[in-house]
Every structure is written in structure tokens, then in C-alpha cells.
Design a protein around this ligand. Structure first.
Ligand code: AMP
Length: 312
């Protein structure tokens, strides 16, 4: 049975008013932050939110501050209509879609066409600043943001932590659900909440995969059929390494090499493959405690990330 259509809220003030009215009624507010182009992975986060909250807000916002100017935000897929349909298919539905237009001070960018103008130049400033954004306060989680994806995308987690802080300040949720698909992001948000005393319970939700193992991602649409087939090497190699570790192979160098080799033999370009402590995300040499193998690899135009936990 189709659930009710969510209310769409686009202004910060209205969103805050809605949340405060809900809180006054004693409701527990759940937030699921997304960049839209929803798939079953996103919907699983909403199912998790329903277990802990009475009212659910899904934010849909493509965050310019987490794109560097060398990444093309203009081609990030979007389909608000389709997203709303998908949200209506979730058991229990969704109360609000928060689709803000005014999350940042876009400064001069607004005069130049603001958010609509999406450039693709090279440099180490974020897409928001390149477009003349007036925003200048940032949240950084200094150590956790450095490794893994932070190495090749130095401003990415600054953009994520800042926008999630803003969403927490506006929506004032009791609980927020993040996917472990973006493992480093999830750990960074947990740490930020702890360090900055946000009154939000952060939940990490399991990775949802296609039947053949490919982790669901909005970016999978960039893959040709052939590239998609080759990209299966990511999950296959992660699973193989996990089995090897469970069978006693604790040498991380060997395990990492096997993952890199398998992905490169399939035609992927590995950005990184690391075995890190599940909480500190520090690289380990020998598996003695819970770790996670994290991978980022390019197949054609798509940079895919995936990971697998090993709980020894
Ligand atoms: P995105 O729209 O890609 O920014 O993702 C929004 C949220 O959905 C993040 O917390 C992601 O980790 C989560 N997510 C994305 N893909 C998956 C997946 N395949 N399984 C579980 N969670 C996911």
C-alpha cells in the first residue's frame, strides 16, 4: 500500500518550526540526510529510522561544499519526482522531505546564478567557494578526516561535517541514520557529535547491495554495463580477503595486495585500499581487533567506494 506523500519543506525557518512543533507534541524526530537520487540503500536507512523515531525527515540536498572544483557537481544525478515516489513506497512513509534552497550564504555566487551555476575547474577549493560563496565557518574533525577518502579529497569531510552540523541545527533530530557504505563519513559524524555535544543519537546502518554484490550507490548510474560487471571485483575481492582473514591470514599487506590486484586485473584504478581500525580508522599491520577494509576505485567515470568489516 502506498504511504502518504511527504510534506516538502524548502526553508530553514519552516523546517525548524515544524520540528519544534513535533517536539512540543512529544514526538521523537528521525533524520536521514541524503543527496537524493534515492535507491534501496537510502530506503533502508528510513526503515532503521522508523525503529527509533515517530516522525521522519529525509533531507535531499546536493552539498556544493563537499565537491572540489575538479569534481563535477553539475552531473550529479537528481530526480526529485522519482525520489518522492520511492519515499511513498516505504512502510510507514516519510513525514517531511527537507529540500533546502538556502542552506549556505551563496554570496557572490547568487548574483552569478548561484547554485544553478556549476563550474568544473581544477583547484583545492570547494565548489561552493569557487563560486564565490559567502560562507566561512567550517566544522573539521581533524584526524579522522585525513586518511582514506580525505587523502585524495582534502576538503570533502569539511563539507560533510559542516552540512550535517547545519542540518542538525535546523532539523534538531533526536536520531540520525547514516550508511556504513560511507564508513569514514559515519565515524566522522559520530566523533563530531561526541566532541561538539550535539544531542543526537547517530546510528550506522548496514550496506545494501545489489543481488550480485555491488554496493548500491547513486553514482552507479555512471557505469556502463561493461564497467558495472568489472566493478563486481570490488565486493568479490573484499569478501575473499575477509574469508582469508577469518581463516587466519592476519597480514594486512598481503590482504591489501590481493584486493588491489583483483580490482586492477578487472580494469579498475584503485585510489586506495586500506585496512584500518574500525573506530580510529588508523591503518593496522596485523589483524588483532575489529578492522574494516576500505576501498575506493575508479571504473570509467565512476569513483566507487566500498568496505567490509572484519570482527575478530
Ligand atoms: P548519499 O545520498 O550518497 O549522500 O547517501 C546518503 C546516505 O545514504 C549516507 O548515509 C550513505 O552512507 C547512505 N547510503 C548510500 N548508499 C548506501 C547503501 N548501499 N547502503 C546503505 N546506506 C547507503
Amino acid at each position: 500500500m502506498a504511504a502518504r506523500e511527504p510534506e516538502i519543506i524548502t526553508s530553514k525557518e519552516q523546517m525548524r518550526r515544524w520540528s519544534r512543533a513535533m517536539r512540543a507534541q512529544g514526538k521523537i524526530i528521525g533524520l536521514v540526510p541524503t543527496m537524493g537520487y534515492l535507491h534501496k540503500g537510502h530506503l533502508s536507512l528510513i526503515n532503521e529510522a522508523h525503529k527509533l523515531a515517530n516522525v521522519i525527515v529525509v533531507s535531499i540536498y546536493v552539498n556544493p561544499s563537499q565537491f572540489s572544483t575538479s569534481e563535477d557537481m553539475s552531473t550529479y544525478p537528481s530526480d526529485l519526482k522519482g525520489d518522492l515516489q520511492k519515499l511513498m513506497s516505504v512502510d510507514g512513509g516519510v513525514d517531511v522531505v527537507f529540500n533546502p534552497y538556502d542552506l549556505y550564504d551563496y554570496g557572490k555566487a547568487r548574483n552569478r546564478g548561484g547554485i544553478q551555476k556549476r563550474d568544473n575547474n581544477v583547484g583545492e577549493i570547494s565548489c561552493l567557494e569557487e563560486r564565490g560563496g559567502g560562507h566561512e565557518s567550517w566544522v573539521r574533525v581533524e584526524n579522522l578526516e585525513k586518511g582514506l577518502c580525505g587523502k585524495s579529497r582534502p576538503l570533502f569531510f569539511r563539507g560533510v561535517a559542516t552540512i550535517v552540523s547545519k542540518l542538525f541545527n535546523i532539523v534538531e533530530p533526536d536520531v540520525a541514520i547514516f550508511g556504513k557504505k560511507d564508513y569514514q563519513q559515519w565515524r566522522i559524524i559520530c566523533r563530531m557529535v561526541r566532541d561538539l555535544d550535539f544531542a543526537v543519537q547517530v546510528i550506522g546502518s548496514e550496506i545494501v547491495r545489489e543481488d550480485d554484490g555491488l554496493a548500491m550507490s547513486s553514482r552507479n548510474v555512471y557505469l556502463t554495463l561493461n564497467e558495472r560487471q568489472k566493478a563486481l571485483s570490488i565486493y568479490k575481492s573484499l569478501s575473499k580477503a575477509k574469508h582469508a582473514a577469518e581463516d587466519g591470514q592476519v597480514n594486512c599487506k598481503r590482504l591489501k595486495e590481493s584486493v588491489i590486484l583483483a580490482i586492477e586485473e578487472a580494469g579498475g584504478k584503485v585510489d586506495y585500499a586500506e585496512i584500518v581500525d574500525q573506530e580510529t580508522l588508523e591503518a593496522v599491520e596485523e589483524i588483532k581487533s575489529p578492522v574494516v577494509i576500505c576501498v575506493a576505485a575508479w571504473f570509467g567515470k565512476a569513483r566507487l567506494i566500498d568496505n567490509i568489516e572484519i570482527n575478530v
